[in-house]
Design a protein around this ligand. Structure first.
Ligand code: GSH
Length: 176
């Protein structure tokens, strides 16, 4: 039986794009509900996700929140080219490599990118940009030595791209 999937989302939210990309890549039919982030969340939505954030996924009525967890859940529930399913050391290693890459990008360099993007002066922007490039070279580049065209030399999109695609969290998003 086909699962009933509903994505609570906002198209301006880069975190929600992770769920959209995973669903599109896996060709999973789903219904969506747009959550207006410019107003307080409704009690109905807070009952679905008490944190009030998007994305949230309903899978046959089971709620899954946090974009990385939603993307991982979809990749696990629908075995595909995105990530090898568990059960072998090789698959576990690929998953560990992907998780480490995503963790590294978001814990080590992402905030520097935003610091540069939203700097108040040119000087601040240049300083943050230089630090961003330095950390990118140090932390991220070594993890991409075999990337081409996709993570780990994959010929197709992987869970790394699904989770990393995020490129711009601009302040206007809070208003969408
Ligand atoms: N860690 C969360 C972050 C999600 C997130 O911050 N979503 C924003 C929109 S991009 C949101 O729902 N903001 C509403 C709010 O903060 O009230 C995830 O990865 O799902």
């Amino acid at each position: 039986m086909t699962a009933k999937i509903k994505l609570y989302t906002n198209h301006g939210c880069p975190w929600a794009h992770r769920a959209h990309i995973a669903l599109a890549e896996l060709k999973i039919p789903f219904e969506e509900e747009i959550i207006d982030l410019s107003v307080p969340r409704t009690p109905e939505y807070l009952a679905i996700n008490p944190r009030g954030l998007v994305p949230s996924l309903s899978y046959n009525g089971q709620i899954i929140t946090e974009s990385a967890i939603v993307a991982q859940f979809l990749a696990d529930a629908y075995p595909s080219h995105l990530v090898p399913n568990g059960g072998t050391p090789e698959a576990a290693l690929t998953r560990a490599r992907i998780n480490f890459f995503v963790d590294t990008f978001f814990s080590k360099v992402n905030s520097l990118y935003h610091k540069a993007l939203f700097a108040k002066t040119d000087e601040e922007a240049e300083e943050a940009a230089a630090e961003f490039v330095k950390q990118l070279e140090k932390e991220v580049e070594p993890l991409l030595s075999d990337a081409g065209p996709y993570f780990g030399g994959s010929k197709t999109l992987t869970l790394a791209e699904v989770c990393y695609h995020k490129n711009k969290r601009d302040e206007t998003l809070e208003k969408t």
